[in-house]
Design a protein around this ligand. Structure first.
Ligand code: KPL
Length: 296
């Protein structure tokens, strides 16, 4: 399969690197990472130990062709990614991003079916040309509105052939909310406390992450999605344990002094739940930090 990975940061490079074992992959990202991958290849270490040679570029030609485009950019950059992919000839697109509504943003511009996906692998861009897998998680994917599709089956088979733990799921709306609960619980808490995901398995951080996840479940229920507070907390516990050594993507953003995905995660929940004081507080603290750093 010809695959474009649009957004070759830590997660995009990990998924692209694993896929490149059996597929023709083009990574689209930023220098100096892209320059290094194009010249010397990509190393994937941590839970894996492999070296692959995907194509790598900072700008995709407008008429690029691929069976699949995987979008892994930050939620705030989805529209720009859709614009860059709009004139490409694509079989399908798959969002593997944090936050809600990315599939809709992509579908508004792309002339191909768009699949929804979640990913709980832990990834860290250790240096240009080297990505570390800090936890083996799972990819789930399927039609964003739920149900089954041959395209989702084909993409799932392509991921599985590359050794990526993959489930093709008929209930993506619920899974997207469950992943939102995981991100609402883990990302902001680890970013503010400057700890790895495993620090939330127990202790005071577990209480904060669990409360944020329970509020997310209530927002899901208000949106008509059947996610129980107990299942949302269990998902946070499972992912914190499986990715214990990982620096969450929001924690990585704070360390690199980059804008975070807080609006698409805790801010999104706080705006949709009747009463979500934990998500509101986490969102306001991160927004305060972003303002002080002139990132918003
Ligand atoms: O999605 C993640 C992220 O960091 O954004 C998890 C799964 C929580 C891994 O850290």
């Amino acid at each position: 399969m010809d695959v474009i990975v649009f957004g070759a940061g830590s997660l995009g490079s990990l998924i692209g690197g694993l896929l490149a074992r059996v597929h023709d992959v083009t990574l689209v990202g930023r220098d100096p990472h892209v320059e290094t991958v194009a010249a010397d290849g990509l190393s994937v270490d941590g839970e894996f130990d492999l070296r692959v040679a995907p194509d790598a570029t900072t700008a995709l030609p407008g008429d690029a062709t691929a069976d699949l485009a995987i979008v892994t950019v930050k939620a705030a950059d989805t529209d720009a990614a859709a614009a860059a992919l709009a004139d490409c000839d694509l079989g399908s697109a798959l969002s593997l991003q944090n936050g809600m509504g990315n599939e809709r943003t992509l579908a508004a511009r792309l002339d191909c079916p768009v699949l929804a996906g979640t990913c709980t692998y832990g990834a860290l861009l250790a240096e240009p040309g080297r990505v570390t897998c800090t936890g083996v998680g799972e990819v789930t994917l399927g039609p964003p509105e739920g149900g089954e599709s041959d395209r989702a089956d084909d993409v799932g088979a392509a991921f599985s052939a590359a050794g990526i733990e993959t489930t093709v799921a008929p209930d993506m709306p619920r899974r997207l909310w469950e992943k939102l609960a995981v991100n609402a619980g883990i990302n902001a808490t680890t970013a503010l406390a400057r700890v790895e995901n495993g620090a939330l398995v127990d202790g005071p951080g577990h209480g904060v992450a669990s409360a944020a996840a329970r509020e997310t479940a209530r927002a899901a229920q208000a949106a008509g999605v059947d996610l129980s507070p107990g299942d949302a907390v269990a998902a946070v516990e499972r992912v914190a344990d499986a990715t214990a050594a990982n620096t969450s993507s929001m924690h990585q953003d704070v360390l690199a002094e980059r804008a975070t995905e807080v609006d698409a995660i805790n801010g999104y929940v706080a705006d949709r739940a009747d009463n979500a004081p934990v998500n509101r507080t986490l969102a306001d603290l991160l927004r305060t930090w972003e303002r002080a750093r002139e990132l918003r």
